[in-house]
Design a binder for this molecule. Structure first.
Ligand code: GDP
Ligand code: IMO
Ligand code: MG
Length: 431
């Protein structure tokens, strides 16, 4: 038995969807444990692209149970649309392969309005959120006025909870954010049919997951966002509103820490970031543009152009510690082909100090200059390579150097978006 958590090590979009889809073949169950439809996870199978925002990236494997854990904030309209889109593409979805936690919180129309209103009001100082209502929904969760799936599927409770919170939220929208408000009748008309559509999927997922673990099955936990977008450990306040680190897989799914056997960190071979916030190795030159274009670095959720820069191993080492990573998966190595000299950041120069640990204080981080090590690139196209020994020597040296600098074993190297464009050095499930 092996239960594995997959997390992003950087600022999201590392290729978690691709790796989870690949590993899901061998897992019994795949669970999303945090975030919401701010995530966009891409899977490419036989040339066909699928992007999931809420449904775990195991869904393309027939009859594989996929679970939306209690830690996820769910916009039910988006979820229903996602189910319909998958069905239209021939993927069967029913209560047997899509389970939703009765404790998961609902994103409500006022959460989205608040998200937009706050960003508008912040002007220059905005976070650059995805505008999906994620922060305001988590905020209602911690102040104990959220609405959960168990409330949605009981219309009386749903109406009661909605009317107890809506007055306050509308007052805030109208008077403080100078935004439009939303009428109770309108929400009921929209949300009550959602209850009917989703009721068969709503269950106690902690029981289902722990039964699967007890039966000796291998379980995969799929993180969203990345370590440096974590609400506690990321570049606060330029972060998302949940804990993205592996420890939250337990809280967000309803399993104990004793059940986790491994944590794989996904590392993009360079660095990207969408939205605002510090990014020490960001490139503002032709190389940055080249990586952005070659890597097709546009947000899978908002379509925004992703900021690009060199690989930062201060960042990755931080992720190794915060998540207790047992292995790495390197993605998008193919994007670095044909660049004469590659750079890897190994430490930061901060005024007179050399820093080897990622600083928490944004003022300190803002004063940091990356210290780079240069490595020779490789001219070859590597997108068809299946064996590590067939990679150009310089590409192998690049991977090896990541292992050395992070003191963590690389188990997977991805050389293209397709499921098959992957070199597996060691089976994460240890089979
Ligand atoms: P996620 O949010 O971590 O799941 O990542 P995204 O799906 O947002 O972004 C990763 C993008 O890179 C997607 O378009 C993937 O199809 C693509 N991708 C993943 N792995 C590779 C790879 O090894 N090479 C290339 N060229 N593209 C990849
Ligand atoms: P995946 O799972 C990249 C970023 C947003 C913004 C900040 C806060 O696909 O890797 P939010 O809407 O969460 O309040 O926005 O977090 N962000 C992501 N960036 N990948 C993601 O998800 C992200 N989810 C949120 O751009 O900077
Ligand atoms: Mg993404």
């Amino acid at each position: 038995m092996s239960n594995i958590v997959v997390v992003g090590t950087q600022w999201g979009d590392e290729g978690k969807g691709k790796v989870v889809d690949l590993l899901a073949e061998k897992a019994h169950m795949v669970i999303r444990f945090q975030g919401g439809n701010n995530a966009g996870h891409t899977m490419v199978v036989d040339g066909e692209q699928f992007i999931s925002h809420l449904i775990p990236s195991g869904i393309l494997h027939k009859d594989k149970p996929c679970v939306i854990g209690n830690g996820v904030v769910v916009d039910p309209g988006v979820l229903i649309q996602e189910i319909e889109d998958l069905r239209d593409r021939g993927i069967a979805i029913g209560p047997y392969n899509l389970l939703i936690s009765e404790n998961a919180h609902l994103i409500m129309p006022y959460h989205k309005l608040i998200d937009h209103g706050r960003e508008r009001l912040k002007g220059d100082k905005k976070i650059g959120t995805t505008g999906r209502g994620i922060g305001p929904c988590y905020e209602d969760r911690v102040t104990r006025r959220g609405i959960r799936f168990c409330d949605l599927i009981d219309p009386e409770t749903f109406k009661e909870k909605l009317s107890s919170i809506l007055g306050e939220r509308n007052f805030y929208l109208k008077e403080f954010l100078k935004s439009e408000t939303v009428a109770e009748a309108e929400i009921l008309e929209e949300y009550l049919p959602y209850a009917e559509a989703l009721r068969p999927h709503v269950t106690n997922v902690s029981v289902a997951i722990n039964q699967a673990i007890k039966a000796g099955h291998d379980i995969l936990f799929e993180g969203a966002q990345g370590t440096h977008l974590d609400i506690d450990h990321g570049t606060y306040p330029y972060v998302t509103s949940s804990n993205t680190v592996a420890g939250n897989a337990c809280c967000g799914a309803g399993v104990g820490p004793t059940q986790i056997n491994g944590v794989i960190g996904i590392v993009k071979a360079y660095t990207t970031r969408v939205g605002r916030g510090p990014f020490p190795t960001e490139l503002h030159d032709a190389t940055g543009d080249l990586i952005q274009e070659r890597g097709v670095e546009f947000g899978a959720t908002t379509g925004r152009r992703r900021r690009c820069g060199w690989l930062d191993t201060v960042v990755v080492r931080n992720a190794v510690r915060l998540n207790g990573l047992t292995a790495l998966a390197i993605t998008k190595l193919d994007v670095l082909s044909n660049i004469e000299t590659l750079k890897i950041c190994t430490a930061y120069q901060c005024k007179r100090d050399k820093l080897t640990e990622f600083p928490s204080d944004l003022k300190v981080l803002g004063a940091c200059e990356p210290i780079y090590e240069e490595l020779p690139g490789w001219p070859d196209d590597i997108t068809a390579i299946q064996d590590i020994n067939d990679l150009p020597e310089n590409a192998r040296a690049y991977v090896k150097r990541i292992e050395e600098l992070t003191e963590t074993t690389v188990q997977i190297v991805s050389v293209g978006a397709g499921r098959k464009q992957t070199i597996v050095l060691q089976d994460p499930f240890g089979r």
